[in-house]
Design a binder for this molecule. Structure first.
Ligand SMILES: [Fe+2]
Length: 263
């Protein structure tokens, strides 16, 4: 966690997106530890919960009636956070010397909740979240980069084979397509993976970036303890997604892989 916070705070960052699971069992001390991490970032944060953030099965009453009560009390009561970055009024920042990147593109980020008490782990999108996607992007002018954040997956990622897909995923992905979402950020699978996904042949693809687990020791995909996060740079003509991986020897996160997409 320290290496993660240090690595992110060392760059110029507009926003830290945490796509959930913040805890393992939704215990108070786990939420408080997550909160300390969120407060340690210099940049603002946008957070959505995951299935591990609902009360565990042995707290059945709470799990069914107010599954995210602790998350709402200790992290944020806003289950559909929205943030606008850059835009005409934004301050122009100097180029970063290392990679000649011109940041400060106009970006709207909308988060939705996919974690519910009565699902075991796969997640669920209801009509409420569909309307939050619509509202989040409805008044956004053309050309503004649109990012949707959701813990569970909304589309099948071919190279990952069989994986969890949220209930209502197809409706949510179609709504994202209709609202011209450019990028979907997800978590859940503990596998670092980026793909271009189209709703149908010929439709404009959406970039789906699944972050590997950043702090948990439960890595998957043949890497039991690998930690990752994505550094995303949105420029006027292209998007860079840089995968950063924790290196056990130097105890720092380092660039592992990078992908450029044209806008
Ligand atoms: Fe999860």
């Amino acid at each position: 966690m320290e290496a993660l916070v240090r690595d992110i705070n060392e760059s110029i960052v507009d926003l830290v997106v945490v796509s959930g699971d913040l805890t393992q069992r939704a215990f108070g001390h786990q939420f408080r530890a997550a909160r300390r991490m969120l407060e340690a970032f210099d940049a603002p944060t946008l957070v959505v919960p995951g299935n591990h953030d609902v009360f565990p099965w042995w707290r059945l009453g709470s799990r069914l009636f107010d599954p995210l009560r602790r998350y709402k009390r200790l992290i944020t009561a806003d289950l559909a956070p929205r943030l606008e970055l850059g835009g005409p009024e934004a301050e122009v920042r100097p180029e970063t010397s290392s990679d000649k990147i011109q940041p400060a593109a106009h970006v709207v980020v909308q988060g939705i909740n996919s974690a519910f008490g009565w699902t075991i782990q796969g997640g669920r999108i209801t009509k409420k979240e569909l309307s939050q996607i619509r509202e989040g992007f409805s008044d956004v002018p053309k050309g503004v980069f649109r990012v949707l954040v959701v813990h569970h997956h909304l589309a099948e990622l071919e190279l990952l084979g069989d994986h969890d897909l949220s209930k209502g995923a197809h409706d949510a992905f179609r709504t994202a397509h209709e609202m011209e979402v450019d990028l979907i950020l997800s978590g859940h699978l503990h596998i670092s993976h980026v793909a271009h996904v189209s709703i149908h042949e010929g439709a404009k693809p959406i970039i789906v970036a699944t972050s590997g687990t950043s702090t948990s020791s439960r890595g998957r995909g043949g890497e039991p303890a690998a930690n990752y996060f994505n550094r995303i740079v949105i420029m006027s003509d292209q998007i860079l997604i840089e995968e950063r991986k924790y290196d056990l020897i130097s105890e720092t996160f380092q660039k592992n892989h990078e992908l450029y997409f044209t806008r």
